[in-house]
Design a protein around this ligand. Structure first.
Ligand SMILES: C[S@@+](CC[C@H](N)C(=O)[O-])C[C@H]1O[C@@H](n2cnc3c(N)ncnc32)[C@H](O)[C@@H]1O
Length: 261
């Protein structure tokens, strides 16, 4: 049985400073326009959505997330044009078109980026902007080992494996061009995070990638899963304190043609 929600805002926010840096870089790529209607996909606990809403002086900002745990915190921030809705990004549950579709560290959970970006483009008004940040860690031990561990627990997981859906930066650039974005910026950026120890990497991933396995395993099996993941991963991480953790992320921004361009 898949548990409905294993996202935990407290675990997620343990690395708030490190996780929010790319968010601010992404938010800085967005062009200021008056009276924006903004959609934030996979908004999480809503703090950064609220920051974006204020920074852009938006008329309306809707944060969408599929975790009630995350939304419980987010909803406490509602008001003055900011609100939050429950739903799956792939179901496109928020009606209407937007001046900005924004998503920080969430679209890697949705498969089929070519079709997904086409759908997101269809949510934009003329002159609309798309701003997306996804981690590019799929070829790193932290991710490869999670796949290997899932394969070892194949029986308990019913064959489920979480593979991250991320294209190469140049493929996002091609895709934006193909979808009619007249301006774009796509870049790969390495964020060097100084964590207290290599063990902190496990805690980091418990707050994100591993939640998908937590959803599908009982408590005892999940703890065995994490121990095995730790045992295998530690062979790849230097035993240094503090621990330098280079984290690759892709920042994607594009603007559609204004009807007057
Ligand atoms: C890593 S967190 C990022 C949260 C926030 N954007 C931030 O920058 O702090 C990913 C969020 O995406 C949400 N999420 C993952 N897959 C989703 C989906 N298919 N539909 C809606 N939300 C999803 C999770 O519930 C989680 O809150």
């Amino acid at each position: 049985m898949v548990k409905p929600d294993t996202w935990n805002p407290t675990q997620y926010e343990r690395f708030e400073k490190e996780r929010s840096r790319p968010f601010y870089d992404l938010a800085n790529l967005v062009r200021r326009q008056e009276d924006l209607r903004v959609l934030d996909l996979g908004c999480g606990s809503g703090k950064l959505t609220q920051y974006l809403h204020h920074k852009l002086v938006a008329r309306e900002t809707v944060g969408l997330d599929a975790s009630e745990n995350m939304l419980y915190k987010a909803r406490q921030l509602e008001g003055n044009g900011l609100r939050f809705e429950f739903g799956q990004i792939e179901d496109d549950p928020v009606p209407g078109k937007f001046d900005l579709v924004f998503s920080n560290a969430a679209l890697q959970w949705v498969n089929g980026h070519e079709a997904l970006f086409e759908k997101l483009r269809a949510k934009l008004l003329p002159n609309g902007q798309l701003a997306v940040q996804v981690p590019a860690m799929d070829s790193e031990p932290v991710h490869i080992i999670s796949v290997e561990t899932a394969q070892e627990f194949s029986k308990e997981l019913g064959g489920y494996v979480r593979r991250l859906e991320v294209l190469k930066p140049e493929d996002y650039a091609r895709l934006l061009y193909k979808l009619g974005f007249v301006e774009q910026e796509v870049k790969l950026q390495i964020y060097g995070h100084l964590l207290p120890s290599p063990e902190a990497v496990i805690e980091w991933y418990r707050g994100t990638l591993l939640t998908t396995y937590e959803q599908r395993l009982d408590v005892e099996t999940y703890e065995r899963f994490v121990s095995r993941y730790r045992e295998k991963l530690m062979k790849y991480l230097d035993d240094e304190r503090p621990f330098f953790f280079p984290y690759k992320r892709i920042l994607i921004w594009g603007r559609l043609r204004d009807s007057h361009d």
